[in-house]
Design a protein around this ligand. Structure first.
Ligand code: NAP
Length: 337
């Protein structure tokens, strides 16, 4: 069975996903695309033999679309995801599910009212082999009881329009989902601490920063966020347990020797570092859809998307106040138990 996917948003990640679904994922084809940038949409549609629709609602309603992938700007995700729920079509929504907690709650309520899970949120680290190994080591007893974690999230650079609080909503948001998933626990409170500012980057950019997660189970996670580190994309973590530790480095094995040095290449950006994880994510989604499952076990659900947005909102408050902020989630609906 081939899953016919419609893709809303053919910008950077949307066009990458179209290419993956068309040529790298087994069991899927892209039959429809939509983007307000009509020329780009037509060009992407033409490259895979899909229809470029005039509106995103027309794409959602199209008979030759079995499932929808949303890769438009984040503030559009709630309306588009809710339209997919109303049409009874499974959707893979790129993060974030919404840019405000209230909007995320609206998607949650729509899905609960529909009575079945249809939305998967695109937190691709859950499909990265390195992070999957970390989770295994945390659950198979190897490191004993996980107690705390250290993580770093460094990007080479960001545009001048990027502000310090965007580190929380655009970058550290991946850490929110990662550590909720790894510890299988909610984040109860969050603290964002400023650090001596890098002399590089725009004068308004507060960077780097330290973010502390107090997990509901008592574990503590410290994350260094540094969005203008200059040298590349560097995402790492270490979990400390009662019997040992598990750490994830940059997954590279190529050693280059020359110029009086011996070294490893650092990925340039997230597209290079997590390319295989996106393919795994799409393959898991398409494979589950082919077997009649709209949202597969282990996928980030609307609840996970809602939680990540609520934590990001609390992190922005902590950033502004310089104080620890508690995270108050609504009661978890039974649908996500
Ligand atoms: P992007 O390059 O700006 O692409 C977004 C596209 O959507 C643009 O072509 C934009 O057109 C278009 N668009 C604007 N309004 C639209 C509408 N009403 N309906 C449909 N499309 C519309 O952004 P991106 O980097 O691909 O990011 C897209 C989403 O993916 C964001 O939510 C982002 O957070 C997420 N993302 C996730 C990851 C990840 O690691 N999981 C990585 C990157 C991005 P214009 O350019 O004309 O506005």
């Amino acid at each position: 069975m081939t899953i016919r996917v419609g893709v809303i948003g053919t910008g950077m990640i949307g066009s990458d996903h179209v290419a993956r679904l068309s040529s790298q994922v087994v069991g899927s084809t892209v039959t429809a695309v939509f983007d307000v940038a009509t020329e780009r949409a037509q060009q992407v549609a033409g490259s895979v033999g899909a229809t470029a629709h005039a509106t995103w609602d027309a794409l959602v309603a199209a008979d030759d679309v079995d499932a929808v992938l949303i890769a438009s700007p984040g503030e559009l995700h709630p309306d588009q995801a809710i339209a997919c729920i109303a049409a009874g079509k499974p959707v893979l929504c790129e993060k974030p599910i919404a840019t405000t907690t209230a909007e995320a709650q609206r998607v949650l309520e729509a899905e609960v009212a529909a009575g079945r899970k249809l939305v998967t949120v695109g937190f691709m680290r859950r499909y990265d082999v390195g992070y999957v190994d970390v989770k295994h080591a945390m659950t198979d007893g190897t490191i004993g009881e996980p107690l705390l974690a250290h993580a770093m999230h460094r990007n080479a650079s960001v545009p001048d329009s990027f502000r310090g609080e965007m580190s929380m909503t655009d970058s550290v948001v991946h850490e929110f989902d990662t550590f909720r998933w790894l510890f299988d626990s909610e984040i109860a409170a969050i603290t964002v601490l400023p650090v001596k500012k890098s002399p590089l980057g725009s004068p308004e950019l507060r960077d780097p920063q330290i973010v502390i997660f107090d997990m509901a189970g008592g574990e503590v996670v410290t994350v260094e966020s540094f969005v203008n580190c200059q040298y590349g994309y560097d995402v790492r973590c270490e979990i400390v347990g009662s019997l040992g530790t598990v750490s994830l480095d940059n997954p590279r094995t190529t050693i280059v020797i020359g110029g009086n040095g011996r070294g490893e290449k650092v990925p340039a950006d997230w597209r290079e570092r997590f390319g295989p994880a996106y393919i795994n994510e799409l393959q898991a989604w398409v494979g589950a859809l082919a077997s009649g499952q709209a949202v597969h076990a282990g996928a980030a659900t609307t609840w996970d998307g809602y939680a990540a947005t609520a934590i990001a909102e609390a992190a922005v408050t902590s950033y502004a106040k310089g104080a620890r902020v508690d995270i108050d989630l609504v009661e978890k609906p039974a649908l996500y138990a």
